[in-house]
Design a protein around this ligand. Structure first.
Ligand SMILES: C[S@@+](CC[C@H](N)C(=O)[O-])C[C@H]1O[C@@H](n2cnc3c(N)ncnc32)[C@H](O)[C@@H]1O
Length: 310
């Protein structure tokens, strides 16, 4: 990878690019806004010149629904985090944060303590691009770990995570890149970190059906579903981040429940189409429905009642 323009951040750049493209849409048409994404996108000036419509059209030639899938996943988490923070949640841990700028762009209360967790190389690159005038600059703790072989609990506690305070954890676009063992141990550690408090956990996961019977993950008129799955997976592998883990909805529900979490919602692009795109006049047709990942929101309530906790 040493000669590559991607230093463990190829997929993080890819997601930031879609957020940047979406941010170019007119305010009443866009479903998320990330004014800082351009810092992490190669060729951002050219994309800006092309504008939202043409850039989305180009992404559609690669895979219809790919852009909408990524930005609706982001929107779902934005809403979840804003609601939880407004209800008084005290800590937010962004697992596999990559070039997620949620900490800076959502106007979150300054009392919310934020931890960003990712690989050291990706974090270092991110930090060189952020200037001190970005909102909430001082309020982020960067925690470097490799989920496959390092302890989240140890590193978070070392960074000041408080086991008595309520916490939100989000794992956006990461579970497919880490082993199933790594996900299980991450959840075990989250369970230990939050056993005396309330916790919210978000995970996106790639449905096992995408490997076994890809057609089931697409709208009925979607063009060449099998080939599109190959294209998307090959792209991730090409930038050095192959997809290695796939889950069934039942498997995810069971893993969560084993660690004390109750599944509240499990959504795909079909749901987001009616919740986000139809209201702004951007309805996706059957030929654009690519249910690449599921978005899951789960919660665990404190086991010990403490009046201080929410
Ligand atoms: C597709 S990107 C998603 C980034 C971010 N969550 C977003 O949605 O914009 C995947 C992220 O997972 C991180 N990641 C992948 N494998 C990892 C591992 N073993 N340990 C820590 N982070 C990892 C990558 O560095 C990258 O930032």
């Amino acid at each position: 990878m040493s000669n590559s323009i991607f230093r463990k951040d190829g997929t993080a750049q890819g997601v930031a690019k879609q957020r940047f493209i979406e941010s170019l849409a007119k305010p009443h048409k866009r479903i998320i806004y990330d004014p800082y994404a351009d810092k992490f996108v190669l060729g951002s000036s050219l994309i800006k010149l092309m504008g939202h419509k043409l850039s989305v059209w180009i992404t559609k030639q690669f895979a219809p629904g790919f852009h909408e899938h990524l930005i609706s996943r982001t929107r779902f988490i934005d809403d979840l985090v804003k609601n939880a923070a407004n209800k008084g949640f005290e800590q937010y841990v962004i697992l596999g944060a990559g070039y997620d700028l949620r900490a800076h762009r959502l106007n979150l209360p300054s009392t919310l303590k934020i931890f960003e967790v990712d690989q050291k190389e990706v974090q270092n690159r991110k930090r060189t691009k952020l200037t001190s005038n970005i909102p909430n600059f001082e309020n982020i703790k960067y925690v470097s770990i490799d989920f496959n072989n390092q302890s989240l609990k140890k590193e978070l506690l070392g960074a000041g995570f408080d086991v008595c305070k309520s916490a939100i954890f989000t794992l956006e676009g990461v579970s497919q890149y880490i082993s199933k063992e790594a996900l299980k141990s991450t959840l075990e550690e989250i369970e230990e970190l939050t056993k005396n408090t309330n916790a919210i956990f978000y995970i996106s996961y790639v449905d096992i059906q995408l490997k076994e019977d890809p057609k089931l993950c697409f709208g009925k008129d979607y063009p060449y579903p099998k080939e599109k799955v190959k294209t998307v997976m090959n792209l991730a592998a090409k930038v050095g981040e192959p997809w290695i883990s796939f889950y069934s909805p039942m498997e995810i529900k069971e893993i969560l429940s084993k660690h004390g979490f109750t599944l509240i919602e499990d959504k795909t692009l079909v749901d987001f189409n009616s919740e986000y795109f139809i209201p702004v006049g951007r309805k996706l047709s059957d030929s654009e429905l690519f249910n690449l990942e599921h978005s899951v929101h789960a919660e665990r309530k404190q086991l010990v009642t403490k009046s201080k906790l929410h």
